[in-house]
Ligand binder design. Structure first.
Ligand code: CA
Length: 221
């Protein structure tokens, strides 16, 4: 899952990024409101973690502009402003959740997972598709009852395809999910990961749509 972190405090941002990466989130980190606005309009994120006090463009303005542009990305406000009035203003401006600093990293991780589930109309953290079972919290995959060891990136691709069954996802879209800013994208990686997934799970699971991308059909094979 790909998160946009908007935080100008370098020390705190570094800690949040590391903490989210630890549980498998890929994080782009914007350190001011303008950079964040560009990012959120250019990429599809699974969720945004938004600080309110930001240089160049305040967090609340960014939030209002994002919603004014009909962008439904789940947004969690993470701020030291903790009066009831602040929370009401933030939620009414279009935020989906609100967490007050200092906060517990595990709680932030869990709230983000909940936001992403809700955005995908999922009620549980486990997705099943035929003989395949993916647990997005425990980061476990089983196929026909046996545990399948997947790398973090193989897991991410499988998760993304399962969240979008019946839809073709382009290589570019899958690459966006795998890499944060500044990370070098190796060529042909998506093909290689899909090849590994087919070998470890089933050759029938993931379809190649030539010239477009990859898809897991809605009906399990
Ligand atoms: Ca700040």
């Amino acid at each position: 899952m790909k998160i946009l972190l908007v935080e100008d405090d370098v020390l705190l941002g570094d800690g949040i990024r590391a903490g989210l990466a630890q549980v498998g989130f890929v994080v782009d980190w914007a350190k001011d409101g303008r950079e964040a606005e560009l990012a959120v309009s250019a990429q599809v994120y699974d969720a945004v973690v938004l600080d309110l006090g930001l240089p160049l463009l305040p967090g609340l303005d960014l939030l209002r502009r994002t919603r004014a542009s009909k962008n439904p990305v789940p947004i969690l406000i993470l701020t030291a402003r903790d009066t009831v009035g602040d929370r009401i203003v933030g939620l009414d401006a279009g935020a989906d959740d609100y967490l007050v600093k200092p906060f517990n990293l595990g709680e932030l991780q869990a709230r983000l997972r909940a936001l992403v589930r809700r955005a995908n109309s999922q009620v549980e953290s486990v997705i099943t598709h035929g003989a395949l079972r993916l647990d997005s919290v425990g980061h476990r995959v089983t196929y026909e009852g046996r545990t399948v060891e997947l790398s973090a990136r193989e897991f991410t691709i499988l998760h993304e395809l399962l969240l979008n069954t019946g839809r073709v996802l382009s290589k570019a879209r899958l690459e966006e999910k795998l890499y944060g800013w500044g990370e070098e994208i190796e060529s042909n990686t998506i093909e290689v990961f899909v090849h590994h997934l087919r070998r470890k799970l089933s050759s029938q699971l993931i379809r190649t749509v030539r010239g477009v991308g990859y898809m897991i059909p809605k009906a399990a094979p």
